[in-house]
Design a protein around this ligand. Structure first.
Ligand code: BDR
Ligand code: CA
Length: 312
């Protein structure tokens, strides 16, 4: 499978890149960086350092995209420490970013081979929205769009009603969900249900003592502390890497439903909320068409095995 990953590279974003580079049968064609977790240039360095740590220096081009959301001012995520890497202090990578803008790179790569490339969007959807505004044909030319964001009508992680990626750029998310992509949505609700690594799983990874398991141990330190304070146990959450694992191995998906996904852009309390509902029957709201498959449950054991393989 051929993949472009659009990322606000910090914490779990990096394990998703590792999975895409290290899983047999997967080719990471490009990394495009989007506004999100931490200051933009730090995210670019984090992506480059991850590629270098995986032994892929010079093999995966990195493109810089949108430095701010469409309308709303940017807000950092507090999950991953100031550098987004729990202060892991990785060496500055030798590889440098490309000069082409990420939005143009996405359009060029997808339109060169329609139907061949999947995109994994694991950041606010600003780059993807800009790309489909500039070249609407990419909506049908992308083989599949895997999105990490929103909730399944449930509690968010940045406000009670919203998940971080959709909260930061709800206007972009609305554009993307209305553009006609073939979408699978992986929500924060799914993250909390299927992606967690508990203490015994974390110990198993730390005991591997490989360079990449050490990378994982260092980069996951701050989110693990945050999770312990928030949930009372030292779990690690994997919104982006679970989504990547499902893209690479859809057999991990145990339950999913087709749904209408609509993004709240205006609500005072609910801005960034993703309303997930069935298409309304009858002719009252005929404009509500299914626009995504929403994953409800995935195999935690299968995901964990893929991660261990990538970190080995
Ligand atoms: C999402 O927001 C970011 O903090 C993570 O990288 C992930 O993409 C989870 O809400
Ligand atoms: Ca992310």
């Amino acid at each position: 499978m051929r993949l472009i990953i659009d990322t606000d590279t910090a914490g779990d974003d990096t394990y998703s890149l590792l999975l895409a580079m290290k899983t047999p049968g997967s080719t990471l064609e490009a990394v495009t960086v989007c506004v999100g977790n931490v200051p933009f240039d730090q995210q670019v360095e984090n992506a480059l350092a991850t590629i270098e740590a995986a032994g892929f220096s010079g093999k995966v081009p990195v493109y810089c995209g949108a430095r701010r959301p469409m309308v709303k001012p940017w807000e950092a995520s507090t999950m991953h420490g100031n550098d987004g890497m729990s202060g892991a202090n990785l060496p500055i990578a030798r590889q440098r970013p490309e000069t082409m803008h990420a939005v143009d790179a996405i359009i060029e790569k997808v339109m060169a081979e329609p139907g061949e490339i999947d995109i994994l969007a694991q950041a606010p959807l600003t780059n993807i929205a800009l790309a489909v505004m500039k070249e609407p044909r990419i909506a049908k030319a992308v083989r599949h769009l895997w999105i990490m964001g929103g909730t399944d009508n449930s509690v968010g992680n940045i406000t009670p009603c919203a998940e971080y990626n959709f909260f930061i750029d709800p206007e972009a998310a609305k554009i993307v969900f209305e553009a006609g992509f073939n979408i699978t949505l992986s929500t924060w609700t799914l993250t909390m249900r299927s992606s967690l690594f508990e203490a015994d799983q974390l110990d198993e990874i730390f005991a591997m003592k490989t360079p990449l398991s050490e990378f994982y141990r260092k980069v996951s330190a701050t989110p693990r502390q945050t999770a312990e304070a928030r949930y009372g146990r030292p779990i690690s959450t994997h919104p982006d890497s679970l989504t990547c694992a499902m893209a690479l191995n859809p057999d991990l998906i145990e339950s999913a439903r087709d749904a209408v996904v609509r993004i709240e852009t205006a609500g005072e309390i609910t801005r960034g909320f993703s309303a997930v509902h069935p298409p309304v029957l009858g002719n009252r709201w005929p404009e509500f068409k299914v626009n995504a498959r929403v994953v409800e449950k995935a195999s935690n054991g299968g995901f964990f095995n893929m991660m261990k393989q990538a970190l080995s």
